[in-house]
Design a protein around this ligand. Structure first.
Ligand code: HEM
Length: 122
């Protein structure tokens, strides 16, 4: 991926990727060595892969076990989104679903350790 972004003759590298691509922009700053970019991406894949997947699975399982909750959430999604695609503008109106996700995060948090300690009063 890094080589792919660096290759000036790479015709598959779109203008959009050059402008918005994360690796492209990290390379552009000149601040990161290749090994740093690789490690940041490994961190993102490891920290960001299973965490949301686990919350989704466990929250959905809890909703399946509580059909009244599921029915209410499905009705809300139907009312707010209808037959089209879910878009960012729909999110503020999905209040009940938001509560379900927050409850899922509370009950089945996939990562519960905060590896920080406060050294002085803030
Ligand atoms: C429901 C989903 C997620 C939960 C519950 C969660 C939870 C956590 C927790 C508790 C920490 C430790 C924070 C600390 O010690 O200060 C953490 C760190 C981190 N998470 Fe997540 N995470 C989630 C999703 C993601 C996703 C989607 C990504 C990336 C795409 C991600 C990337 C990271 C990274 C890079 C760190 C380390 C941050 C640092 O060292 O400053 N996480 N996460």
């Amino acid at each position: 991926m890094i080589q792919w972004n660096k290759d000036k003759d790479n015709k598959a590298n779109t203008e959009s990727n050059k402008k918005y691509g994360l690796v492209a922009n990290m390379l552009k700053t000149g601040k990161y060595a290749d090994w740093e970019i690789i490690n940041i991406f490994i961190n993102l894949v490891v920290a960001g892969g299973e965490t949301p997947a686990l919350v989704c699975c466990k929250t959905l399982a809890a909703m399946i076990a509580n059909p009244e909750v599921m029915k209410k959430a499905v009705k809300e999604v139907d009312d707010v989104i209808g037959d089209g695609d879910c878009e960012v503008r729909h999110l503020p109106d999905l209040e009940y679903l938001d509560c379900c996700i927050k409850e899922g995060l509370r009950r089945y948090a996939p990562a519960t350790i905060v590896g920080r300690s406060v050294k002085q009063d803030v």
